[in-house]
Design a protein around this ligand. Structure first.
Ligand SMILES: Nc1ncnc2c1ncn2[C@@H]1O[C@H](COP(=O)(O)OP(=O)(O)O)[C@@H](O)[C@H]1O
Ligand SMILES: [Mg+2]
Length: 447
């Protein structure tokens, strides 16, 4: 992409309504535009990041054997009456009537819809296990939408639902989700810590929230410092192996890590004092085993091996896809702007031409652009007639992890400059080597 042809409506002033850094930078970098309270349009740069995150989620769900579907955003109230949730859900549900005076709602979550699909098409234990998921817009009429995309009213969410014959199988599905979520967040450059969450009226302790530590997080969290040393990394895992997935669950959840909702002071005090941490966190996902709550209410049964109809064991598992854009910025920025992790960056690198119109500089930039593009990479070439300082400030704000700077002086010595956004360090090297380096970086990053 050439910046002269792109649509990147960068703001000079910091918008006064933005209270946290991710919201400020998303507005300033032209990523989003508020349409109304808690509802946003995604402008090109923001939309590219959203898509990158979405793709990672899809890839990791596929790896875990989960199957993508797409359900509607508009639902009829009938299914929610069947499950008993229509009256229980409260004011967060946006309700409306169609022209025939039928009660409709904008989907806040989809347990009822997916259970209806299941009961219509699945009748035997032989068809299990099954996990269906979607990535779809949700609407919750939050009383206090704030912090931009972090707490919106309309937001993009991955919601997955497992169907299993037994509780044991459903707990394996739970563990599979935990593993796939660890991988998902790490590919986005995030550490998201599974913390024991509150299961609400359903009860039981089979729910974890994934929290990214950040001062601006809405949840207060309490944890054993040892937990931040854990990474899933590039290890191989057999998602069908109950033992392997259970071992990962135990590894990542055996140390104390809870949000304020489940915090237990006495248990916390058993952690050696020097390892006790209190901080704030952003919830970027949640996994939940809830048993037969919906399958019983809605008649989602299968025949077991003896031919008896039994209600299936279910769970639901969510990732806040649009919230993640903000959470990644909260976790990765400096006072100049965003610093995208390679896994989600909207463009792989920037090219800054220090002397637009200079034949040699223009030619070298075009050649870099063509070579990077041929490698399947997407550079953003700042080809505008702007001062170098303005070009650098713009690149720093939008946060591309790598920048290649091209100017007549360097070209005389056969070099360009490769700069890391994260460390700020620069290196002079011939253009071909700069290309090679960028290719290598993304070759490694593209797991
Ligand atoms: N209002 C919102 N705006 C943006 N993302 C949200 C919002 N509500 C929930 N999410 C994201 O969707 C994920 C799954 O939703 P869920 O656990 O049902 O939400 P909650 O715990 O807020 O009720 C959450 O972990 C969070 O990342
Ligand atoms: Mg939650």
């Amino acid at each position: 992409m050439r910046l002269s042809r792109y649509f990147l409506p960068v703001l000079k002033e910091t918008p006064s309504e933005a209270q946290i850094v991710s919201h400020r930078y998303m507005l300033r970098a032209g990523m989003i535009k508020q349409a109304s309270a808690g509802i946003y349009s995604w402008l090109p740069l923001g939309f590219k990041v959203l898509r990158k995150i979405e793709n990672i989620v899809h890839e990791e769900q596929a790896r875990a054997g989960h199957i993508a579907i797409q359900m509607p955003t508009m639902q009829s109230a009938d299914l929610w009456r069947e499950s008993g949730r229509y009256d229980a859900y409260g004011q967060e549900m946006l309700r409306m009537k169609d022209r025939h005076d039928r009660d409709m709602l904008f989907t806040p979550t989809a347990e009822e819809l997916v259970t209806d699909i299941f009961r219509s098409h699945v009748g035997s234990y032989k068809d299990l296990p099954l996990t269906l998921y979607q990535i779809q817009w949700k609407f919750r009429d939050e009383i206090r939408p704030r912090f931009g995309v972090m707490r919106g009213r309309e937001f993009y969410m991955k919601d997955g639902y497992n169907f299993d014959l037994t509780k044991e199988d459903a707990l394996h599905a739970y563990n599979r989700h935990l593993v796939s979520y660890l991988r998902t967040y790490e590919r986005m450059g995030l550490q998201a810590i599974p913390m024991r969450a509150d299961s609400g009226p359903i009860g039981g302790d089979n729910t974890h929230e994934f929290l990214v530590l950040a001062d601006t997080g809405e949840s207060e969290v309490f944890y054993d410092a040892q937990i931040t040393d854990l990474t899933f990394g590039s290890r191989e895992i057999d998602y069908d192996s109950h033992a392997e997935c259970q071992a990962v669950l135990e590894e990542f959840t055996s140390r104390y890590a809870r949000t304020d909702e489940t915090h237990d002071e006495a248990l916390f005090n058993e952690v050696p004092e020097e390892r006790r941490r209190t901080a704030r966190g952003i919830e970027v996902g949640q996994i939940f085993y809830f048993g037969t709550k919906y399958s019983e209410a809605m008649g989602a049964t299968v025949a077991d091996s003896d031919g008896n109809r039994v209600p299936v064991h279910m769970g639901s598992h969510g990732i806040g896809v649009s919230r993640l854009v903000g959470a990644i910025i909260e976790a990765s920025h400096d006072d100049k702007g965003i610093i995208w992790p390679e896994g989600v960056t909207p463009f792989h690198c920037g090219i800054v031409n220090l002397k637009q119109g200079d034949e040699e500089a223009d030619g070298a930039c075009e050649a870099l652009y063509a070579s990077l593009t041929a490698l399947g990479l997407e550079p953003l070439y700042d080809d505008r007639n702007e001062r170098a300082g303005a070009k650098f400030a713009g690149m720093d704000l939008i946060g591309l992890p790598w920048r290649i700077t091209v100017g007549p002086r360097g070209l005389k010595n056969g070099v360009v400059e490769l700069t890391s956004r994260r460390t700020g360090t620069s290196e002079e090297l011939p253009p071909e080597q700069a290309i090679e380096r960028i290719a290598q970086i993304y070759g490694r990053a593209a797991v």
